[in-house]
Design a protein around this ligand. Structure first.
Ligand code: ZN
Length: 304
């Protein structure tokens, strides 16, 4: 195949995006154990948790303790999702060195929930950027539903451009395009990725796909063809779609690694270690997970 990268960077988001959708609360020491396992598997970036209000997301209430227990790990970026300035303060207090903000690309969603346009939300992040800088914390931003939202359908490219420009204006240049509703499809993903990559060369990009409609892997390949090389995944395919009950979660990380291993794309992550952690998680949660490789084994696991 033409235009595929020789290597990609994977961020494991299962402990955050995956677990936040699970009712079974995982004890802090188990989370720390799983995090150590993910580090040992070779992930260069891991989303450890979030600093949302504990009442809003009870599963993430102990993110501070998880960061404190693990400390700094050389060569591995441990990040947390934050809602606002309070999140930067919690990050500073527990030793978290990388935070990520989020805004919805859906105007209706943003106006309904926050009474602000997405651009106004992003402009309000300026104080987070300042506080992060003051505390030696790196900061990134994500745009959820950039391809389409359940309220408006397709989002106009000009809307995405103006959100990206709002991020750049407050000094955030690392931006994640997060298909939270799983409405992306290969052609529009390719178009948007190729467009923003060319138009905003000063930005660096992450892609985050939910497998809500079975298109996450195809979307990753489309984004790769457009030159994108940073992708989120969730071990075991843990997680869900916040707007569609019973929908599939994030793309399973081991499925992505299997695809990369079979296609000569380096990830630096040991798939067997990830699969072992997915089995552990399956036991902890007491239900099956959405991972093809976990069910069928790797392509290279021949029958003997
Ligand atoms: Zn997500």
């Amino acid at each position: 195949m033409k235009n595929l990268p020789s290597a990609i960077t994977l961020c494991e988001v299962g402990l955050r995006d995956g677990l936040q959708n699970e009712k079974t609360l995982i004890p802090t020491e188990k989370k720390v154990e799983l995090l150590r396992g993910l580090i040992a598997a070779g992930f260069p970036v891991i989303e450890v948790g979030s600093f949302m209000h504990p009442k809003a997301v009870p599963q993430m209430a102990d993110t501070d303790q998880v960061f404190q227990a693990i400390g700094e790990v050389p060569g591995v970026e441990l990040r947390a999702l934050i809602p606002n300035l309070r999140g930067v303060k919690r990050a500073a207090d527990c030793g978290c060195k990388k935070v990520k903000l989020n805004v919805s690309a859906s105007r209706q969603h943003n106006l309904k929930n926050l009474n602000m346009t997405p651009e106004e939300s992003v402009a309000g992040f300026a104080d987070c950027v300042q506080a992060a800088a003051d505390n030696g914390i790196a900061i990134s931003g994500s745009i959820s539903m950039p391809f389409a939202s359940p309220w408006e359908g397709r989002i106009p490219v000009s809307d995405i451009e103006s959100i990206i420009e709002a991020y750049l204006k407050v000094g955030i240049t690392e931006i994640s395009l997060s298909d939270t509703s799983g409405m992306g499809a290969p052609a529009p993903v390719y178009e948007l990725c190729a467009h923003v990559k060319e138009k905003y060369p000063q930005a660096s990009w992450w892609l985050h796909f939910h497998n809500t409609r079975g298109l996450a892997m195809a979307n990753i390949l489309a984004a790769m063809e457009a030159g994108m090389t940073r992708f989120d995944g969730s071990f075991g395919g843990l997680g869900g779609c916040p707007f569609v009950p019973d929908a599939a979660g994030n793309i399973s990380t081991e499925d992505v690694i299997n695809m990369c291993d079979e296609s000569g794309i380096r990830t630096g992550v040991d798939i067997l270690k990830v699969m072992e952690l997915s089995r552990t998680m399956r036991e902890l949660l007491g239900h099956n997970l959405d991972s093809y490789v976990l069910r069928a084994g790797r392509a290279q696991d021949l029958i003997v």
